[in-house]
Design a protein around this ligand. Structure first.
Ligand code: SF4
Length: 139
């Protein structure tokens, strides 16, 4: 049992220690987002804005923090080129269909509230510039 084993010294062994504690990864379609939400939030100017959030399906964060379960909502490999923009486009279409007046969009990988999981899987993907463009064009 791992919880009776000492925490390993070396990084590779620590990775294995964490991975061995995990169950199987649920399958996810990299062309479909995990979820969306719409909320009113305060802007940097103290005004109210209608903000849409897309919980993207993206590659797992490379870190293996013991308490983190975000990997359950991610893919093992990089998303294919075009998959992230397609997820964002699908979310925007949903909001248009529901006549939501979104003025800003936030992108999270799975359910990361801190954005730490977004950094590598999205920022280093070939889709990054196009995904970032969605922050400026929300209609
Ligand atoms: S998403 Fe954040 S908490 Fe989870 S493993 Fe990566 S760095 Fe750690």
């Amino acid at each position: 049992m791992h919880y009776l084993s000492p925490y390993p010294e070396l990084p590779a062994a620590r990775d294995r220690f964490i991975l061995d504690l995990r169950g199987p990864r649920p399958p996810h379609d990299p062309w479909r987002y995990q979820g969306v939400s719409v909320e009113d939030e305060l802007t940097e100017r103290g005004e109210r804005a209608r903000v849409g959030t897309v919980f993207l399906t993206g590659r797992e964060c490379p870190w293996r923090c013991a308490m983190c379960d975000l990997w359950r909502h991610t893919t093992h490999a990089d998303t294919p080129p075009g998959a992230i923009p397609a997820q964002v486009a699908a979310a925007r279409q949903l909001w248009r269909d529901n006549r939501e007046q979104i003025s800003r969009i936030k992108l999270y990988n799975a359910s990361s509230a801190t954005g730490c999981a977004v950094s590598r899987p999205i920022a280093t993907s070939s889709d990054a510039p196009r995904s970032a463009d969605t922050k400026r064009t929300t209609r």
